[in-house]
Design a protein around this ligand. Structure first.
Ligand code: FAD
Length: 462
């Protein structure tokens, strides 16, 4: 009898096990399927925290709705009746002491029409004129492996990038635009430049793909953990071991012996490492591999949810939140007006906000040393200065994601290939998977779990 071990019960590991269990049933295989998870709950970076009045997500808060694969896994798990969509509404940039709207017809802050550029209040007249060079500059040098920041600056000039695009885009992709590749962020920008001679014209020609006002994200009535619970309930034929860490993998002939933190040992034929790269590198005692793993980068984030006993009409403007551009007045990088954006998160429509601090923030080292109580006070002071709200909170959840958010550098794809080829040469049957390597979005992780299961299945039929 063959044994497959998945290390890590995040969404990637769960999706891989779901596929493997399905295959096992269809093929009446006797393969033993084991999943080991370090903490006492499954889901990893997906975890819903509920109180009587509020639903909060300590990690991911939503799933991109327009990905083709998204509805298929939701239907497979029977969650279609649980789906809720985000409310659409304006977002703002906090700059010069006030909230200024991100203009209509913009995608990640990039103008998607000439009118959008003309009307923005975030950029000076000179900055707008400079941005017009998008219509007449020609790209002879950029490839998809170049920095997205450099391409945007080449097309639109510095001011528009700094004041309007960077606050939005680097927030979404957690990193400096100069360090992020076109391929890993918005590969279609280069296609538009090539096909239409201008990014703005490209967006205009593909308008229906970027309809603003569209409900772009989804969650579930009882929070994102519904997805994890549904997977867990389905995996009846998988031995799930929680509260136990995999600590070492050793080759024994053409199998592997994996040691757990509770001193148990398991002999397996194939192993999927569905865990962050900085954990994976400790499992295989291999210096060459370690060097490759060390090339991969993580960034950090602290999020503070605050719930109040006041209706969310107290917010000063319509809309769903703001991002901070360089500001002396407040310290947070962004603030989502959660009860506005996600109606299901507040039972009676009371105000729930989520305040974000990212590792790019100059105050981040200071914040990392603070207690949860101090972080809450810090966030409350940002709320007061930006939104004018002085009420006492009734609920708060502080989550420190230090060193856990994958940050794909320009060298990322090359490093992942190097790890894959070293593993297949020296450790056949050991596979890396998940957000450290193949995309951070939940649908990407689910697809990657499925693809990794395909590789494992081929190994099982050899
Ligand atoms: P993880 O969720 O990291 O799971 C890995 C699991 O492995 C963990 O449960 C961990 O405990 C376990 N583990 C680690 N080491 C060991 C070991 N040695 N032995 C056993 N188990 C081990 N994505 C979206 O699509 N939408 C969002 O809105 C969104 N927002 C996010 C907000 C935050 C704050 C964060 C942190 C992430 C967000 N993401 C979002 C990204 C998304 O949540 C993650 O990329 C995805 O959940 C990662 O899943 P994973 O299974 O690859 O890894």
């Amino acid at each position: 009898m063959k044994t497959v071990l998945v290390i890590g019960g995040g969404i990637t590991g769960l999706s891989a096990m779901y596929e493997l269990q399905k295959w096992k049933k269809e093929n009446q295989s006797d393969v033993r399927l084991v999943l080991v998870e370090a903490s006492d709950y499954l889901g990893g970076k997906i975890r819903t925290i509920k109180t009587d009045d509020f639903i909060m997500e300590s990690g991911a808060d939503s799933i991109v709705a327009r990905k083709a694969s998204t509805m298929s896994f939701i239907n497979d798990l029977g969650l279609e009746d649980e789906v809720v969509y985000n409310e659409t509404g304006r977002s703002y940039i906090f700059t010069d002491g006030e909230l200024k709207p991100i203009p209509d017809e913009s995608v990640f802050g990039i103008p998607a029409s000439i009118e959008s550029l003309a009307k923005t209040t975030l950029v000076s007249a000179e900055g707008k004129v400079e941005a017009l060079k998008d219509f007449y500059t020609k790209n002879d040098t950029f490839t998809k492996n170049d920095s997205v920041g450099a391409l945007l600056e080449f097309c639109f000039g510095r001011e528009l990038v700094e004041k309007q695009i960077a606050p939005v885009l680097s927030g979404v992709y957690s990193g400096k635009l100069s360090d992020l590749t076109i391929a890993s962020t918005l590969p279609y920008l280069l296609d538009y430049k090539e096909e239409y001679g201008s990014i703005i014209k490209g967006f205009a020609a593909n308008k229906d793909k970027f309809q603003s006002g569209e409900r772009k994200f989804l969650s579930f009535k009882n929070g994102l953990s519904s997805l994890i619970d549904a997977y867990e309930q389905t995996l009846e034929d998988v031995e799930i071991i929680k509260n136990t860490k995999a600590v070492r993998i050793e080759q024994t002939g053409n199998r592997y012996q994996v040691s757990f933190s509770n001193s148990d040992l398991i002999e397996v034929d194939q192993v999927m490492l569905g865990i962050p790269h900085n954990e994976a590198e400790n499992l295989l005692p291999d210096q060459e591999l370690k060097q490759e793993f060390n090339q991969l980068r993580n960034s950090s984030m602290i999020s503070v949810y605050i719930g109040f006993d006041i209706p969310d009409q107290v917010l000063p403007l319509e809309g769903t939140g703001f991002i901070t551009a360089d500001s002396d007045q407040i310290s947070c990088n962004a603030c989502t007006w959660t009860s506005r954006k996600w109606k299901h998160t507040s039972k009676v429509g009371n105000l729930l906000v989520r305040v974000f601090y990212k590792s790019s923030n100059p105050k981040f080292p200071q914040l990392q040393r603070m207690s949860e109580g101090e972080l809450l006070q810090f966030a409350l002071s940002d709320i007061q200065k930006s939104l004018g709200i002085k009420a006492e909170p009734v609920v708060s959840v502080v989550t420190d994601w230090s060193g856990t958010m994958p940050n794909y550098s320009i060298a990322h794809p090359k490093t992942v290939l190097a790890i894959e080829s070293k593993l297949s040469l020296n450790y056949p049957g050991v596979f890396i998977a998940g957000c450290s390597y193949y995309g951070v979005g939940i649908p990407d992780c689910i697809e990657n779990g499925q693809k990794t299961a395909e590789k494992i299945k081929s190994g099982l039929t050899e």
